[in-house]
Structures are given as structure tokens and as C-alpha cells.
Design a protein around this ligand. Structure first.
Ligand code: SF4
Length: 218
């Protein structure tokens, strides 16, 4: 077989495999959605930033109180120590308080408090990295981005789409290639929820999983 035919063969196999995984995810996770609760665009941006090294459940319990007590202007002018008390249970409260205050202040100064559809600007905000930006752009603006968090990363490795030593950007690229043509926004939520509730870090629920990956003996 020539190299061209070999390449074609493997891309057809890959396409079949990715379609099959998507179909199975659609059955297991039929209503994928963001589990962070928010009412305003800036609330989502702040909630995703706060969710670093923390569960969505805990973030929701903190932001429910935080956003009911303070608006964006108040968050921007609050004393750091006060903010730290509000964020205490999230861990890294002093760093997260600083990020939150800066984000609030910059959004108010630069965009009247509205989150812009502007990757370059968003990634220039403190505490807002590539992954946070992908989540926000997909969720608020329906951009076709695929954010890689700890769940997506684990699932990609277990499914053999990425390698053990790949970094987050490499995993993102490999997932985009593997699932080319798919709705990445929907897929992102499916992979997060699949990793959170079925293909869990410890004791994955392989018996309930429709995707019998090569690591099934885990
Ligand atoms: S079979 Fe188990 S390890 Fe493999 S994808 Fe499903 S839940 Fe994860």
C-alpha cells in the first residue's frame, strides 16, 4: 500500500471511530451543559476563573452568595481582605481575590462591564488562560472551541486520542483533529460530564460506559 493509501485508510478508520464515540456520548450525555451557574456574562467569566483547582459545585455555592451581595462595580472596589473571606472555601483565595478584583475593574474600564468576544483581550486578564477563554467564548458566543480541563484531558488519554505526556494544547489539537467537523462546544460539555460522572479519575464506571476503550481493565 502506498503512503497515500495508508493515510487515507487511517483517516477513514479515525472518522468512523470518532463518529461512533460521538453517537455513544449522545446516548450517555444527551443534554450536555455547563454546570457552573450564572446569570450575567461576567458572572460566567469569574466563575470559570474561580473553578481552577476546585469543583463547580463549590464554586456555585460561593458565587450564589457573592453575586447576590455584590455587583461588578462593588467587586471592583471591594477590599481584598473582604473578598478573600468570601472566596475562602475555594482555596487559593488570596490569588483568586486579586484576579477577580482586577477582572471586574478592567471589564468596567475597558468594556463598560460587558464581556467582549475578543480572545486576545480575555487572555490578557489575570487568571484567564486559554482554557477559561475557550469555555467563555463557547458558552457566551457559541464559538466552536474545545476547552481541555482535567476531565477532558483524562478521557482523551484513556480513549487513546492523546498520549500520557501531552500538554493541554497538544491534547486540544489532537481532539480537534480527531473530532473534526463536530460541534466542539457540545462535545466539550459531553466530555466534561462523561469524565465527571462515568469515566471518573478513580474507579471509572466501565460497566455503565458504552465506549469500551482499550483501558477497560482499569
Ligand atoms: S471503558 Fe471505562 S475507562 Fe474506558 S472510557 Fe469507558 S469508563 Fe472510561
Amino acid at each position: 500500500m502506498t503512503n497515500y493509501l495508508k493515510q487515507l485508510f487511517w483517516s477513514i478508520i479515525g472518522l468512523m471511530k470518532s463518529k461512533e464515540i460521538c453517537q455513544k456520548l449522545d446516548i450517555m450525555i444527551p443534554n450536555p451543559h455547563c454546570e457552573l451557574i450564572y446569570n450575567k456574562d461576567y458572572e460566567l467569566l469569574i466563575a470559570v476563573m474561580l473553578s481552577a483547582q476546585c469543583t463547580d459545585k463549590r464554586v456555585n455555592s460561593v458565587t450564589k452568595i457573592l453575586f447576590s451581595k455584590y455587583n461588578l462595580k462593588q467587586l471592583a472596589t471591594m477590599k481584598l481582605k473582604e473578598l478573600e473571606k468570601e472566596l475562602f472555601s475555594l482555596g487559593a483565595a488570596s490569588k483568586k481575590s486579586y484576579y477577580l478584583k482586577e477582572i471586574a475593574s478592567r471589564l468596567l474600564n475597558d468594556y463598560d462591564g460587558i464581556v467582549p468576544n475578543n480572545r486576545q483581550y480575555l487572555e490578557s486578564l489575570p487568571g484567564v488562560g486559554h482554557k477559561t477563554c475557550n469555555v467563555v467564548l463557547a458558552e457566551l458566543f457559541n464559538e466552536n472551541t474545545l476547552a481541555v480541563d482535567t476531565h477532558v484531558s483524562r478521557v482523551a488519554k484513556r480513549l487513546g486520542i492523546s498520549n500520557e505526556n501531552d500538554n493541554v494544547l497538544e491534547i486540544e489539537k489532537k481532539l480537534e483533529l480527531f473530532f473534526k467537523g463536530c460541534d466542539y462546544h457540545r462535545l466539550h460539555h459531553q466530555l466534561v460530564l462523561f469524565g465527571r460522572y462515568i469515566c471518573t479519575a478513580k474507579k471509572p464506571r466501565c460497566k455503565d460506559c458504552l465506549i469500551k476503550c482499550k483501558n477497560i481493565e482499569l
